[in-house]
Design a protein around this ligand. Structure first.
Ligand SMILES: Nc1ncnc2c1ncn2[C@@H]1O[C@H](COP(=O)(O)OP(=O)(O)OP(=O)(O)O)[C@@H](O)[C@H]1O
Length: 263
């Protein structure tokens, strides 16, 4: 896929982030840095705080204290749409596609933040709006091709096999031309072949687009294969941070996963 010019991807710096829910500390002074153009995995046993962390980064939850900076910008306190305007896109653990809409329309929705013509101009089908729509459609087709779903563009998203729906979700996030992509369990519920294909797509996104990826994932094999760096959470605390090889041998990580399989 040809790359649209993007301003340089900044670092994402998470510092001392604490989230409390009515007395429960879901995240306790957690910090890590996502370096530009890397895949950074956040892992941990059930209830460790991964989803909470993800939701803080994307503005769904507000941190009780601490800071999240993307380049020079402070993200804590910003609503999700402001965070996406800064070039951070996410996928969801459970599919969040509009099932009745075609794959193409779902991907066009992903370009919403880049639409300039405005609803009135589009509704009136003014020439400027038509030209802009054609430009967006061309880019949508390019991204669909990259994600291996170009042959599905006219089909209703809800009727696609599960693995393809997950690819549509990832493609829709890419349609926003993000500088940072957040993937929430991208291979959950997939069979072995689908997992492999999704892993290849994620590798291609990093290699081809140079954007950073934050990955929350339960599949350890996948994390160890894909991630450049891994932050491990347990009971809301960061217990390790390093390369996949380093964290895999870390005694605190092995203890946290005792009873769970680390493959
Ligand atoms: N909205 C909420 N209100 C109250 N408690 C919450 C809320 N969201 C999460 N928690 C609690 O915060 C802790 C961390 O949960 P979180 O979902 O972030 O963990 P996780 O690592 O994503 O777990 P899993 O792997 O099971 O998805 C848990 O004890 C959970 O019950």
């Amino acid at each position: 896929m040809s790359e649209t010019p993007k301003s340089e991807t900044p670092e994402l710096v998470v510092e001392d982030v604490t989230v409390r829910f009515a007395g429960l500390v879901a995240l306790d002074a957690v910090g890590f840095t996502v370096r530009p153009g890397t895949v950074h995995a956040v892992i941990g046993p059930n209830g460790a705080g991964k989803s909470t962390c993800f939701n803080v980064l994307s503005g769904v939850y507000r941190a009780t204290s601490g800071s999240v900076r993307f380049g020079g910008r402070e993200l804590t306190g910003l609503p999700p749409h402001r965070i996406s305007e800064l070039g951070i896109a996410r996928t969801f653990q459970n599919l969040a596609l509009s099932a009745a809409l075609s794959v193409e329309d779902n991907l066009m929705l992903g370009r919403y933040r880049l639409t300039r013509a405005g609803i009135v101009a589009s509704g009136l089908r003014l020439p400027r709006a038509r030209r802009e729509e054609a430009r967006h459609l061309a880019r949508v087709r390019e991204i669909a091709d990259f994600a291996g779903i170009a042959h599905r563009l006219k089909e209703p998203a809800g009727g696609l096999p599960y693995g393809d729906q997950k690819r549509v979700e990832l493609a829709r996030a890419l349609c926003a031309e993000p500088r940072l992509l957040m993937l929430d369990e991208p291979v959950a519920g997939m069979n072995a072949t689908e997992r492999l294909e999704m892993a290849e797509l994620i590798v291609a996104v990093r290699a081809g687009l140079g954007i950073s990826i934050v990955l929350v994932e339960h599949d350890m094999g996948m994390v160890m294969r894909l991630a450049d760096r891994v932050t491990v959470l347990d009971f809301g605390k960061r217990i390790a941070d390093g390369t996949p090889g380093e964290v895999q041998e870390d005694p605190a990580v092995l203890r946290a996963y005792l009873g769970e399989e680390v493959s």
